[in-house]
Design a protein around this ligand. Structure first.
Ligand code: 16G
Ligand code: MG
Length: 549
């Protein structure tokens, strides 16, 4: 069987590539200003279908979103059959297809891909897709649909939903009717799975006080709204920043990324969050979560991904031990170099900790090596993975005491509560609420598990960020040669000092992170390292750290 070249040609001509642009499928898929993405979406539709054929007709997911980016941006990423990120080797195919200048070149690239990847075109192709609330989303989805139609694949529109719901659907569709069935393949199935597990986990606990959710004026709002119906009165939720139709509101001075980068309460929540009350922020596609609270002096305190990892890890380690399964189930945690040093210390005292390069695929992959693998990036993206053998152990294990039996039941329910395909702000929020309810912790008590080391993140614009190369999970520079030694010399002069430099995967900048035992020192260290980077890498004068001019 050959490619349906005529139909691809006819529809591809309706979605020409802007001639002067070069696209790249990066860590977050394709992401840029929305108005240049039409051809990319069409081609992703065709590519998703080929990926499906390659995997014997398994359903592939496509999510149209630009997460925490401003409203004028959009993007698209592919989801592999178990709900995980697209296999890395196909990122290159995605980039190649998106950059073909003409329809003819595009068809040539497709033929090449079919050949080199040995794709059997007679196989069926199935694609499920969704988008967030961005105004540009509807038109981009229709370009995607043209791609799916052009190659004769079967498309299923999952509508406007969160990234984690789409990942859930992909896994649910592909495991339907099997021993590894992930749940009903519908949004209802998702809500039912999470809410049922949550209610069981908190059934013996006091109903918590109301939690305020900053929905970033994005798709988390309607999805949280529906979750409330399923949770009933098991968890009182107050939705804020839920204006999904107000132009320009999405991610604007709100949301998880705003909270993490500014370390401030979104101004829109002033007066809405009472001292002592818990609040949390989702990002624009609801796969990141930041918690916070105001103390009695109205001071803002942030509980980031590291704090979530600490809370959740301690709880799971304890349950595994209480259930009597600690010799069979090894729990481990995965972080990146951005994890606060104090969190790494807290965690290392309780369980194995691994550090990997930035980006969900690295964390997810490393977490799969544990029986229960917990991963969170400091920015609030993370989840917990139960390996299949571990899930089997949880099913078959026969506890010998009531305490073991209760702990086992909790572990089984956690396995249902947690969206294991990808970080899921709403599922993670329920997980945090479970632990807080079990520990009877307030935000302040949770916060006091450890005290964050003061830290500072700075970006430097340089001539070519690709000259900056790292090793050891981004903690050491190998290029430019000699720069790491200079950084080491500086770091040594700061009490509790730590610093690392890496090229961003999403922006044309180099990022510098520094921490030290007090705020002034961490700031100074960050700026001095940034100064070194600037000098060694041919920095753009506009980004020369002002503190050291
Ligand atoms: C992307 C990554 C996120 C990472 C961030 C780092 C995924 C799905 N997302 O958003 O994990 O923390 O990039 O950005 O992998 P940076 O490379 O610009 O610092
Ligand atoms: Mg996101």
């Amino acid at each position: 069987m050959a490619l349906p070249v005529d139909s691809i040609r006819a529809l591809s001509d309706l979605h020409p590539k802007p001639s002067n642009l070069k696209f790249q499928y990066g860590t977050a898929g394709f992401r840029t200003v929305a108005h240049v993405l039409d051809s990319v979406l069409f081609r992703v539709g065709v590519l998703a279908a080929l990926r499906s054929k390659k995997l014997d007709g398994k359903t592939i997911g496509v999510m149209v979103t630009a997460s925490h980016n401003p409203e004028q941006d959009n993007g698209v990423k592919l989801v592999d059959p178990r709900g995980e990120m697209l296999e890395a080797s196909w990122e290159i195919h995605a980039t190649a297809l998106s950059n073909a200048q003409t329809t003819d070149e595009f068809i040539g690239e497709l033929e090449k891909l079919v050949q080199t990847s040995k794709i059997d075109l007679s196989k069926p192709a199935r694609v499920v897709y969704a988008r967030d609330t961005r105004p540009s989303g509807a038109a981009l989805v229709s370009s995607l649909e043209d791609g799916i139609k052009a190659i004769g694949a079967e498309g299923r529109n999952a509508g406007v939903t969160t990234t984690p719901v789409l990942h859930y659907l992909v896994r649910a569709i592909n495991t339907k009717g099997t021993k590894e069935s992930y749940g009903e393949d519908s949004e209802e199935g998702y809500f039912l799975k999470l809410s049922t597990a949550f209610k069981k986990l908190v059934s013996t606990r006091q109903t918590p006080s109301a939690l305020v959710i900053d929905c970033a004026n994005g798709v988390g709002a309607p999805i949280a709204e529906r979750l409330i119906e399923y949770l009933g009165n098991s968890l009182p939720l107050v939705l804020e920043n839920a204006s999904i139709t107000t132009p320009g509101a999405l991610n604007n001075s709100c949301g998880a990324d705003y909270v993490k980068t500014t370390q401030k309460l979104p101004p829109s929540l002033a007066g809405r969050l009472q001292p002592g009350q818990r609040g949390c922020s989702l990002d624009g596609d609801a796969d990141r979560l930041m918690y916070f609270y105001l103390d009695e002096r109205n001071q803002f305190h942030m509980l980031d991904g590291d704090k979530i990892a600490a809370l959740v890890s301690a709880f799971i380690v304890e349950l595994v031990k209480t259930s009597g399964l600690d010799s069979q189930i090894k729990v481990g945690v995965v972080q990146t170099a951005y994890a606060n040093g104090a969190s790494t210390k807290y965690l290392s005292e309780r369980l194995p900790v691994k550090c990997v390069p930035t980006g969900v695929k690295h964390l997810h992959h490393a977490a799969e090596h544990y029986n229960i693998g917990i991963y969170f990036e400091a920015n609030g993206h993370g989840t917990v993975l139960f390996s299949q053998p571990t899930q089997d152990v949880l099913q078959s294990y026969e506890p010998s005491t009531p305490a073991q039996s209760t702990a086992l039941e909790h572990l089984r329910n956690l396995n249902q509560l947690i969206n294991q395909t990808v970080g899921d702000a709403l599922s993670d929020m329920l997980l945090v609420e479970v632990v807080l309810a079990h520990k009877a912790y307030s935000g302040a008590e949770w916060d006091s598990l450890y005290v964050d080391l003061p830290n500072r993140l700075v970006k430097v614009v340089v001539a070519d960020r690709n000259q900056v190369k790292t090793e050891d999970a981004e903690r050491r520079l190998v290029s430019p040669v000699g720069l790491q030694e200079k950084i080491n010399d500086l770091v040594r002069r700061y009490d509790g000092g730590r610093s690392f430099v890496r090229p961003s995967g999403t922006e044309d900048v180099v990022r510098v992170y520094a921490e030290a035992s007090n705020k002034a020192q961490s700031d100074e260290l960050a700026f001095r390292v940034a100064g070194l980077v600037y000098d060694e890498c041919g920095g753009n004068p506009a980004s020369r750290p002002k503190e050291f001019l």
